[in-house]
Design a protein around this ligand. Structure first.
Ligand code: ZN
Length: 322
């Protein structure tokens, strides 16, 4: 999570103790490693495929045309559920790191461990956001939610409560350790008519859980067909989707949404990790929701809603004729 590589700090003659959590003892060991340059260790699968924040920043520096993507952050939490801070505090911190648009995506009711919201609380939060937006001093705040999806792809909120939101994320939070192929689960999630983004699709966590497996090419194709965006959750411990799978998504032309999943104001800076992943994977800029204007995003969300509704009606007609 350091903003610069230790080697770069040392090269410029500064003290390694400038780095967070590094005291003289650790600085001594890092200096030793930098002197002796042992072969970098091969990370075990649970720690493989993660970018450092320092490296992500260098990728962005080399691709300034992507800087605009940092204007929007499409996932964060507040103290309404399991975040540390108020909407106002997150908005102020987001402005400081250059965001012009943020989506407040607190959890839905069945995720009790996070104090998930029911429809009434979601409605009240939406009214509060409208009042904050009306002041016009901070970033545009999107009324959003990270809705829990069952393994069957069903949401836990009244679709009428979701219809008025600016962006709806859906995410799997249970049965994430199953080892068999979950392609069908992803299809059901992507087909859910009420969501426009599938958040942290793999469900992996650094050094803790490897996440679900599936046929990513078919899943990416289904995402493209349904219009549902796949998320790059830029939280350092998640980085989900990762560069390797994003290459497949890019080839299939599915949409991407990038969010920090920040639970504190300090975590908002990590958006760079998600943008860097998109760059490294060759994602097309025209397929990134963060790069749309607020107006074009609203249009896009409306289109996905209409398309899915239409497909759902068609689907049920087919079922009846069977
Ligand atoms: Zn989540």
């Amino acid at each position: 999570m350091w903003p610069e590589e230790a080697a770069a700090i040392q090269q410029s003659g500064r003290a390694l103790t400038e780095l967070r959590s590094v005291g003289p003892f650790t600085a001594h060991f890092i200096a030793e490693w930098l002197r002796n340059r042992p072969d970098p260790p091969v990370p075990p699968p649970l720690r493989d495929g993660f970018l450092t924040y320092a490296y992500a920043r260098t990728v962005l520096d080399a691709h300034p045309e992507w800087r605009e993507a940092a204007r929007a952050d499409h996932q964060m939490h507040t103290d309404e559920t399991d975040g540390s801070s108020t909407i106002e505090e997150m908005a102020a911190a987001a402005t400081e790191v250059g965001r012009e648009r943020i989506a407040v995506t607190d959890h839905s009711k069945s995720l009790r461990i996070t104090n998930g919201m029911d429809e009434a609380r979601l409605q009240a939060q939406g009214e509060h956001i409208a009042a904050v937006n009306a002041r016009g001093s901070g970033p545009l705040i999107l009324r959003s939610i990270e809705m829990d999806l069952t393994p069957e792809g069903a949401g836990d909120m009244d679709p009428r409560a979701l219809a008025g939101l600016d962006l709806v994320l859906g995410a799997f939070h249970s049965k994430l350790r199953l080892r068999d192929d979950q392609t069908e689960r992803y299809f059901r999630g992507l087909d859910n008519p009420d969501i426009q983004v599938l958040a942290h699709p793999r469900g992996r966590i650094y050094n803790f859980r490897s996440g679900l497996s599936c046929d990513w090419q078919r899943v990416a194709r289904r995402a493209a067909e349904t219009g549902t965006a796949l998320e790059i959750d830029a939280y350092p411990d998640r980085q989900d989707l990762d560069v390797e799978r994003l290459r497949i998504v890019a080839a299939e032309g599915a949409w991407i949404s990038i969010g920090t999943d920040a639970h504190t104001p300090a975590e908002l800076v990590f958006l760079d990790i998600g943008i860097a992943a998109a760059i490294l994977a060759g994602v097309q800029r025209t397929r990134v929701l963060n790069l749309l204007s607020a107006r074009d995003l609203a249009e896009r969300v409306g289109l996905v809603r209409a398309t899915k509704k239409h497909d759902a009606i068609r689907g049920s007609r087919t079922d009846r004729s069977d």
